[in-house]
Design a protein around this ligand. Structure first.
Ligand code: CTP
Length: 404
């Protein structure tokens, strides 16, 4: 295939030549297009060497083959990926601005698959303006490759890291040019065409200081069992996981690790528009400390300590607001009293299609254990109570009843 690779000015640009190299190795032709800031991080010589083609970085450069390079290149490319994509290029594309070679090409490149791999600092990623722009682009049919979590170049931990080039390759709808180089690929090439379901799992950790957090006993087992059950049924799964020891094995599961409720919120709201359904099994902390300290807080004499907490965003309720016709939303409820009434009220308030009630009263049900007994309430008035089952069996039951 003929692939356009856009590179913008973020530290992750050091990974772009590797992406180009992998694409070439798989038999594709690659044309690099870089912004002026991208060339602060990676040199034209590197990009031209790995792509084997002249770099396009300046609308008005003497060396351009045509006077309207961006128009000839939009015809040349069959698919385009911008990796890394900064908040700046995301904002420009969402706003229809073309003020350099890459942004002009992006505006001209319509009707063909376009992928963005955002990479930026966590606060920038979570900024409502960036999330708004991403939602708009997704609505326009642009594919967003979700950023990963981990340590960022600015010295902080969080969501915003560009996925590794191998992972980006897996997201692209590439026609196989050279089958022998594709045999190690984790995903079948049809992966991106499978109906996609978002799953949240595990607890969230809300940071108090450099060494302490507020958490809960969720093990993540129920959410991971759901991801496996969905993948076995032929769905592609976007699994957003809080801190957990659980592992995934199925190749159709794409996992994004997050730590806090706000990181989970950012990942889930970015992924939901491209999914047919979402099952939110995470035990999200309702509150987080109003302040966090980067150092370890010291004891203050003999006096006690008061932590001020502020409310976290409600991911499930937000997805309920975002839900479009045809999308299904499934939530969990963990109640200790007035169980059915509380669950049904939650179903309505958060605009859900189904709610799965976990009762802590049942022995063998709830956090940490391998079994569960659930009642599934549907917005159509249906109600089904399961016997005590393994979490894998409960997951299969939920998939069968809620996504049939
Ligand atoms: N949930 C969420 N975001 C939050 C809190 C909860 O997405 N900030 C989701 C959970 O993943 C679960 C559902 O909401 O699917 C129910 O969570 P639960 O804690 O039982 O209910 P709350 O909405 O927090 O309501 P309450 O505290 O009043 O019981």
């Amino acid at each position: 295939m003929r692939i356009l690779v856009g590179i913008t000015g973020g530290i992750a640009a050091y990974k772009s030549p590797q992406l180009v190299r992998l694409l070439r190795k798989a038999g594709h032709e690659v044309q690099c297009v870089a912004t002026r800031h991208a060339l602060q991080f990676v040199t034209p010589l590197t990009l031209e060497t790995v792509s084997g083609r002249r770099l396009y970085a300046d609308l008005f450069a003497d060396g351009n083959d045509h006077t309207t390079e961006h128009i000839s290149l939009k015809d040349w490319g069959e698919i385009m990926v911008v990796a890394p994509a900064t908040a700046n290029i995301i904002g420009k594309l969402a706003g229809g601005i073309a003020d350099d070679a890459l942004s002009a090409l992006l505006l001209a490149f319509t009707g063909k698959p376009l992928y963005l791999a955002p990479a930026m600092n966590t606060q920038m990623w979570e900024n409502p303006a960036v999330q708004r722009n991403l939602a708009r682009l997704e609505a326009d049919g642009v594919h967003i490759i979700p950023p990963a979590s981990g340590s960022l170049a600015c010295g902080t931990e969080g969501i915003g890291r560009m996925p590794e080039p191998e992972e980006i390759m897996e997201h692209l709808e590439l026609k196989v040019e050279n089958p022998t180089t594709q045999t190690n690929s984790q995903f079948p090439t049809t992966h991106s065409e499978l109906p996609k379901v978002l799953v949240t799992a595990g607890p969230t950790y809300e940071k108090i200081d450099a060494v302490r957090f507020i958490g809960n006993y969720s093990s993540g087992k129920m959410g991971f069992a759901l991801a496996e059950a969905l993948a076995k049924k032929g769905f592609a799964v976007e699994l957003v996981a809080g801190p957990t020891a659980c592992r995934t094995t199925h190749p159709a599961i794409h996992r994004t690790d997050v730590e806090s409720a706000r990181e989970m919120y950012a990942a889930a709201t970015a992924l939901f528009p491209s999914c047919q359904a979402a099952i939110l099994a995470a035990a999200v902390a309702d509150y987080r400390p109003a302040q966090t300290a980067d150092h370890k807080l010291k004891k203050q004499g003999d006096s006690g300590m008061t932590l001020e907490l502020v409310q976290n965003p409600d991911i499930l309720a937000t997805l309920g607001q975002m839900k479009q016709k045809g999308q299904r939303l499934i939530g969990f409820a963990l109640e200790t009293d007035h169980e059915a009434d509380n669950a049904l009220a939650k179903l309505e308030r958060k605009r859900l299609d189904y709610i799965i009630l976990n009762s802590l009263r049942d022995e063998g049900s709830g956090f940490g254990v391998d079994t569960n007994r659930v009642t599934i309430f549907g917005s159509d008035g249906s109600r089904h109570t399961s016997p005590l089952l393994s979490k894998a069996e409960v997951a299969e039951l939920i998939v069968a009843r809620c996504l049939a």
